[in-house]
Design a protein around this ligand. Structure first.
Ligand SMILES: Cc1cc2nc3c(=O)[nH]c(=O)nc-3n(C[C@H](O)[C@H](O)[C@H](O)COP(=O)(O)OP(=O)(O)OC[C@H]3O[C@@H](n4cnc5c(N)ncnc54)[C@H](O)[C@@H]3O)c2cc1C
Length: 498
């Protein structure tokens, strides 16, 4: 990655004092002339999208301040209220791993040294698709770690760049703009403080207030497309039990429209499993501890239940319910202020079950890097509308994957599928079933799912021929108890209790 900043000293997360109004009463931002933002960029939100954006902006802006509502501990990976989803399974697809490694060289090694796991799915991650088990093929790599570890490691690496500071415990409350609203000139914090900036990036995630902030400065709010499959998550940590005969590292039992319940089990640092149960509508998983195992037993395969039935829980179950796909179409707005961008979940969020949000944040940061590579801060601000459009396009493929899959579930609310989507759904059913038995189809399917290959990969003539020639599609739920390459615990001689 091109970079102007070469100094790599670790910085504290302390405030960027030179921008605080109360620190320089003689030069408060409201007294400054418009445009006194210097070459300062402000990023709102220190989630993954905000941190990666800050890393990229530091290529061109001498000062980048990240404003984060939570108080950030410097003591490593800890849960924080601003990322409640961190208590639920997060997979980072190989494309996301590659991009983050490119932006923060050496980070993958640091994550692995701290206990993260990089593994091949489905070879090391048993995966029951809506049709059948995937075979032990090398489909795509995934990085598994707690969100706390991932975020704190990314934060530490981003802060090695001396141009970036984080102000934690500060809440953004609105945009500052010139009188005609044409240019965003900074940000207003909840305590009334005003920070001047040449560029403001909203990366405050799914609770973003950017539509209201835009209307406050005279701009229209964006149109919103929303698909809600009413998927509920309930997750719980377990200690990983000893089992020398265990031949896998994770398990994913997918639901399907006739039994919309599923579950994923993945290893985390600290010898823990994080187990997430999911279900649509009335099948949403319970939150009571005593109902966790019975729900796990009700899935299409006993594999996940068998794994945790005798394992020691390390936490109470926690729930997450707001999982709708929601795209705020900032890229369609005809009027857009200079000096403002919206990135990450704040712009487009996905049903998390497809595991794309973090990779999309990395793709958007990469798109931002391409756009600003040759621009100085002033021209970056002036190019905001174009940059907003370009960075939004990275959401298109994962959006198509998530919404067309969700639309298979009758409970899903949203615009009905068009004919092309219905054809795609039928074709993708065959792709998934074909991928269960054909290594070539599997490689391409996982290439697309991991956002490494374009969807056209599945539509080239050779792949289509392979997909459509599979006459015997395995779809019988009775055959789905265990994959052929992994026998049930009883057959392996493991202890089974009632
Ligand atoms: C249950 C669940 C499971 C998921 N699983 C996966 C997965 O397996 N794989 C995957 O890739 N993605 C997954 N995602 C998506 C992923 O969590 C997000 O896409 C990713 O975190 C990027 O989000 P973000 O940085 O845009 O926002 P967030 O991570 O939500 O960060 C937003 C930040 O902004 C801060 N903030 C909010 N408001 C303000 C304010 N006014 N002022 C200052 N700071 C503010 C918050 O405190 C927070 O730090 C999942 C999401 C959910 C909900």
């Amino acid at each position: 990655m091109d970079d102007d900043a070469t100094d790599n000293h670790l910085r504290t997360t302390g405030p960027h004092t030179e921008d605080r109004a109360e620190d320089r009463p003689e030069d408060r931002p409201e007294d400054r002339p418009e445009g006194h933002a210097g070459d300062h960029a402000v990023v709102l939100g220190a989630g993954l999208a905000g941190l990666l954006a800050a890393r990229v902006l530091a290529m061109r802006f001498p000062r980048v301040t990240v404003i984060e509502r939570d108080e950030l501990s410097q003591e490593g990976p800890v849960f924080r209220a601003g990322i409640p989803q961190s208590r639920h399974t997060h997979v980072l697809w190989s494309r996301g791993v590659e991009l983050i490694e490119r932006m923060l060289p050496g980070i993958t090694g640091k994550l692995l040294a701290a206990g993260a796991v990089l593994l091949d799915t489905p070879r090391e991650f048993l995966w029951l698709s809506p049709a059948d088990w995937f075979g032990p093929v090398q489909g795509a790599r995934v990085l598994l770690a707690s969100r706390e570890l991932l975020d704190s490691t990314v934060r530490g690496e981003v802060l090695r760049n001396p141009r970036v500071r984080i102000r934690s415990g500060a809440t953004a409350a609105g945009l500052l703009a010139g009188p005609d609203g044409r240019t965003v000139t900074g940000v207003r914090l909840r305590d009334g403080e005003r920070l001047a900036a040449r560029l403001v990036v909203d990366a405050t995630g799914r609770t973003s207030k950017a539509p209201a902030w835009l209307t406050e400065i005279g701009h229209p709010a964006p149109a919103v497309t929303r698909y809600d499959s009413h998927l509920g998550y309930t997750s719980r940590y377990f200690e990983i039990p000893d089992d020398p005969a265990r031949s896998w590292q994770g398990v994913y039992v997918q639901g399907r429209p006739d039994l919309p319940r599923g579950g994923v089990l993945m290893p985390l640092e600290g010898n823990r499993w994080l187990v997430t149960l999911v279900g649509n509508g009335e099948h949403a998983p319970p939150v009571k501890a005593e109902e966790f195992l019975p729900f796990a037993r009700s899935l299409r395969s006993p594999a996940l239940y068998d794994a945790i039935r005798d394992a020691t829980p390390l936490s109470a179950p926690t729930a997450f319910r707001n999982t709708a796909n929601e795209w705020r179409h900032y890229e369609r707005l005809e009027r857009w202020p200079d000096g403002f961008l919206v990135l990450g979940d704040a712009g487009c969020r996905f049903n998390p079950v497809y595991g794309h949000g973090m990779t999309v944040a990395a793709l958007a940061a990469e798109a931002l890097a391409k756009e600003i590579r040759t621009l100085d801060p002033e021209r970056i601000a002036a190019a905001s509308r174009r940059i907003q459009r370009r960075t939004s396009t990275v959401a298109a493929v994962p959006w198509q994957i998530a919404t067309s899959e969700d639309l298979r579930y009758p409970v899903t609310e949203g615009p009905p599928p068009d004919r092309a989507t219905r054809i795609l759904q039928r074709y993708m059913s065959r792709v998934m079933a074909g991928a269960n038995v054909d290594r070539t189809i599997a490689a391409r399917f996982f290439g697309v799912l991991s956002l490494t290959r374009p969807p056209g990969t599945l539509l080239d003539p050779v792949t289509m021929l392979r997909v459509l020639s599979k006459r015997h599609l395995p779809a019988d739920p009775d055959t789905t108890a265990y994959p052929p390459h992994h026998r049930a615990p009883a057959e392996r001689g493991a202890r089974r209790s009632a």
